[in-house]
Ligand binder design. Structure first.
Ligand SMILES: Nc1ncnc2c1ncn2[C@@H]1O[C@H](COP(=O)(O)OP(=O)(O)OP(=O)(O)O)[C@@H](O)[C@H]1O
Length: 338
């Protein structure tokens, strides 16, 4: 796939949190690009660093140490003043948060909350024009009675409606980059499909670049152009969505895909056991996934694993993928760690 119009470039991004007297990297040396009119999905288990990555791009970590570069349209967000960052956030770049209740102010009406974002980035907007724009946005995100909803408070709306309001806020100023962190996790399937349609519209009609963080590989298959797989703070594989589903290489990606039952695979479902270690206990040297595939010989791993471009646009970390296999269901004791 030919990609142009780079919108965002992360260069060796490292986000570390302080635990007692030391810093521990939750995002470790991540480099990736996002382009206009592209959905880049970021997948990985809980604790792999997806939200920490998103919050770093938005500059929302209070006390984390951020190293590396976050280049958005030629500005390095990791190294600009908070006032310059505030002019970009909610305007050229915005985020849909996981939990609509905590992201909305319970004491403000829906009109006030959306109006606030509009006003912040366009002080000359008259009250009448602002209200018109709020109503248009609510209509655009599929809220059936926008005028009535304007007067309501968040607790008066259903989960699906609240999530639509969050999206209306996120797209209020037609962002060029949108980060959606598990935007549909809490919603039922029908609402989920509608919200995903809205995000797709934003990409296609407004030419936006979208980072979609999700656990759900079905959502990835439906929405993504490219996929980055994160494990223990690192990107372990990046590929186009078709390549990822047809020819995933990294043992972690393969086990993620293998944990989703498919029609052909009813009898054998090899799930690699264990979880992402806690931040303090992350392995910092060698292949971070090695402990979860102990039946693969140590010599298969690189000493300092890097991302290798094994085909155009397809990057895989470490050489262990060349030697990886799922242990036979019967016979092999080393089926995973518990
Ligand atoms: N503010 C913080 N202080 C200390 N550790 C943190 C902080 N935020 C996140 N972490 C740790 O960083 C690691 C990555 O967390 P993160 O929330 O980014 O994972 P995630 O992949 O988004 O998980 P989930 O899918 O559950 O949201 C975890 O070990 C988490 O406990």
């Amino acid at each position: 796939m030919k990609l142009k119009n780079k919108l965002l470039e992360l260069k060796n991004l490292k986000t570390s949190f302080r635990i007692r007297d030391d810093y521990f990297a939750a995002v470790d040396d991540v480099s990736l690009d996002v382009h206009k009119n592209e959905v880049l999905a970021i997948v990985g288990e809980s604790g792999s660093g997806k939200s920490a990555l998103a919050f770093s791009i938005m500059g929302l970590h209070n006390r984390a140490k951020i190293e590396g570069n976050i280049v958005f349209k030629d500005k390095d967000l990791a190294n600009i003043s908070i006032s310059k960052l505030n002019a970009i956030r909610g305007n050229e770049m915005s985020m849909i948060f996981q939990d609509p209740l905590t992201a909305l102010n319970p004491l403000m009406t829906i009109e006030e909350q959306i109006g606030e974002v509009l006003q912040l980035h366009n002080r000359n907007l008259s009250k009448r024009k602002r209200r018109e724009r709020v109503i248009t946005l609510l209509d655009q995100v599929g809220i059936p009675r926008p005028k009535q909803t304007c007067e309501q408070f968040p607790h008066e709306l259903s989960g699906g409606m609240r999530q639509r309001v969050i999206i209306a806020i996120a797209i209020a100023n037609s962002p060029e980059l949108l980060i959606a962190d598990e935007p549909t996790t809490a919603l039922d399937v029908t609402i989920q499909a509608q919200i995903l349609d809205l995000i797709r519209d934003l990409k296609e009609k407004m030419n936006a670049g979208i980072i979609l963080i999700t656990h759900d590989l079905g959502v990835v298959a439906e929405m993504a152009d490219r996929v980055a797989v994160m494990y223990a703070g690192e990107i372990v594989e990046i590929a186009s969505v078709d390549t990822l589903f047809e020819n995933a290489r990294h043992p972690y990606t393969r086990s993620l895909l293998n944990s989703v039952p498919s029609d052909e695979q009813q009898d054998t479902l090899h799930v690699i056991q264990g979880i992402v270690p806690s931040l303090k206990n992350l392995p910092r040297h060698g292949c971070r996934f090695a402990a979860r595939i102990p039946w693969i010989d140590e010599s298969a791993h690189e000493e300092n694993p890097t991302l290798h471009e094994i085909a155009p646009g397809h990057f895989v970390r470490c050489t262990c993928h060349e030697h990886f296999y799922f242990p036979d269901e019967k016979g092999d004791e080393a089926h995973g760690i518990s």
